[in-house]
Design a protein around this ligand. Structure first.
Ligand code: HEC
Length: 511
């Protein structure tokens, strides 16, 4: 998530107030569309060959329930007092690791395929991974076909469950609280389900889909975090039936500039409850999320082909939906390779109530230029969003939506899922290792030319010029250097060769 959004928004609406939108107060004719009949969104994922057939079958039979590869052939049980990590180490591919209720103080790394870690719940008691605010991460997986279920995760400093380039994952029925910067964070994966999790008290994004494809995020309860559910630099994602409440910002679909994968395309946000996301923003001061205006229901920034349908969006004090672009978000260093606008946003029928009741004053000024009194605001758009559309616009209080056309479709019923039957595992060739580790791990905190959790890659390149070994050594055992940044978590679980490979990649990366 980017910092400075608030300031960007302010600057942008001032510009609007003074400029293009001045005087647009004429009432438009009421056009009424039925969202239960008429054309349906065909979806934006064009699968090829077998996958296309499979997707058709999946769509016809309702959503896919499982994506995680071959059925397990082996079961081991971990009891209270034993080590989950030791069980993972010993497990052959195809193992279910059942974890009995109890408290486990550890970080679990899964770097092989076909492992399922499934907690056993007894009379409400779960297997709890407790980082005691000392450990960074609860679960880090890089294997394909990974499943994490029924766990409880608390008191970590970095991530609850983080995926680093594994395909075909299922993360479900977990309770994750106060787990640090990201709650559930699959990064660089294809074909994944994140469902029925309860995630709260996260200082950045509770559920963060990063640089991934074909993802289904459903039935999660996400609250008391800075960002609720974030779809970032990812494609073909459906976010549905989630309860997203009391975060600073609820549902977010955007492009973070400076990451190696440059687009967010084709995201359906539907049938969610996005309610009262007014939590004071407690993102680390100066951190990238600290700029979300507390009171944002849905935020779309530079993401293309986002459909917003069937949500109940209420009681978000700044606005129900904010649509913006990179150029208007100050402090975001525009990435020449990222297209900065939110193209083709489609707003279908949503129930929107009591939003924008305490919005920022510059938004009120924008509304005044459109002859609106303020005191309520459902949808505000700043910056270009070519090709965008809306149906039944008369039902919402809007600002800056003057050029939105009528949508050519009224519902997304034709697109039930983007999940695929298990896709081939991601196989990482030795010479790609540095790149994949960088994309999967480092870019969660370091972007090229801006501040994320850690300092910009450009700054690191200047510091370490011809010294990849220096980086490799630092990341094994980081020392605190900058008073205004958090500590960097050690990457000592990577072997020395991998550390050197990622260091070299970091020094070479161009944007
Ligand atoms: C969870 C967030 C996070 C992740 C993941 C992360 N870093 Fe960092 N990194 C930081 C923070 C925060 C700092 C600043 C620490 C400080 O100045 O005290 C930092 C600083 C650095 C520095 C600067 C060291 C110096 O001498 O100033 C290097 C080099 C670095 N990281 C490399 C990496 C590499 C390579 C990876 C991936 C293997 C990585 N980081 C993953 C957060 C992260």
């Amino acid at each position: 998530m980017k910092k400075g959004l608030l300031f960007g928004l302010l600057a942008a609406v001032v510009a609007f107030g003074a400029g293009a939108y001045f005087g647009r107060s004429t009432k438009q004719d009421v056009v009424i569309s039925s969202s239960t009949s008429g054309a349906s969104y065909g979806g934006g994922f064009k699968a090829a060959g077998d996958a296309a057939e499979a997707l058709k079958t999946a769509a016809a039979s309702g959503a896919l329930k499982s994506v995680a590869g071959p059925a397990p052939t082996n079961v081991v049980v971990v009891k209270n007092g034993e080590s989950i990590q030791a069980a993972v180490k010993a497990a052959p591919a195809g193992t279910i690791i059942r974890v009995m209720p109890g408290t486990y103080h550890e970080t679990v790394y899964i770097d092989k395929d076909d492992i399922r870690i499934i907690g056993v719940i007894e009379e409400g008691r779960r297997a709890m991974l407790d980082g005691q605010k000392k450990l960074n991460d609860a679960i880090l997986y890089s294997g394909n076909n990974f499943v994490a279920e029924n766990l409880e995760i608390r008191n970590y400093k970095g991530n609850g469950i983080m995926g680093q380039a594994g395909n075909n994952f299922e993360i479900r029925n977990n309770v994750i609280a106060d787990a640090g910067v990201y709650g559930i964070f699959p990064q660089l994966g294809q074909n994944g389900i994140v469902e029925h999790n309860v995630v709260s008290g996260i200082a950045d994004a509770a559920i963060y889909i990063g640089m991934s494809d074909n993802i289904h995020v459903a039935h999660n309860d996400v609250f008391d975090s800075v960002a609720g559910i974030e779809i970032e630099n990812s494609r073909h994602c459906i976010v549905e039936h989630n309860y997203v409440h009391n975060n600073s910002g609820g549902l977010l679909a955007f492009v973070t500039p400076g990451l190696p994968i440059k687009t967010t395309i084709d995201v359906i946000l539907r049938n969610n409850f996005v309610v009262g996301n007014n939590h004071a923003n407690f993102g680390a001061p100066g951190s990238t999320v600290a700029g979300i205006p507390a009171g944002t229901g849905v935020l779309v920034m530079a993401a293309d082909d986002v459909v917003i349908e069937g949500n109940i969006i209420s009681d978000n004090k700044v606005a129900g939906i904010i649509i913006t672009d990179h150029a208007n978000a100050a402090n975001i260093t525009v990435d020449p390779e990222s297209e900065p606008n939110s193209d083709r946003v489609s707003i279908l029928d949503n129930v929107m109530l009591r939003n924008g009741y305490d919005t920022i004053k510059e938004v009120k000024a924008l509304m005044l230029t459109e002859g609106k009194r303020g005191g309520a605001l459902d949808i505000v758009r700043v910056g270009p969003s070519p090709g965008s559309c809306i149906i039944n616009r008369h039902q919402y209080v809007t600002a800056g939506l003057g050029d939105f056309a009528e949508c050519a479709f009224t519902n997304t019923a034709a697109t039930s899922t983007y999940l695929l039957p298990p896709v081939p595992p991601r196989v990482i060739k030795p010479d790609e290792r540095g790149k994949v580790v960088f994309l999967g791990i480092c870019s969660g905190c370091h972007i090229y030319n801006g501040r994320m959790i850690g300092p910009p890659v450009q700054v690191i390149q200047a510091l370490y010029l011809d010294n990849p070994q220096g980086i490799a050594d630092y990341i094994a055992k980081p020392v605190k250097k900058r008073p205004d940044y958090p500590e960097m978590p050690p990457q000592d679980y990577l072997d020395p060769q991998t550390r050197l490979a990622v260091a070299k990649y970091m020094l070479d990366v161009k944007n």
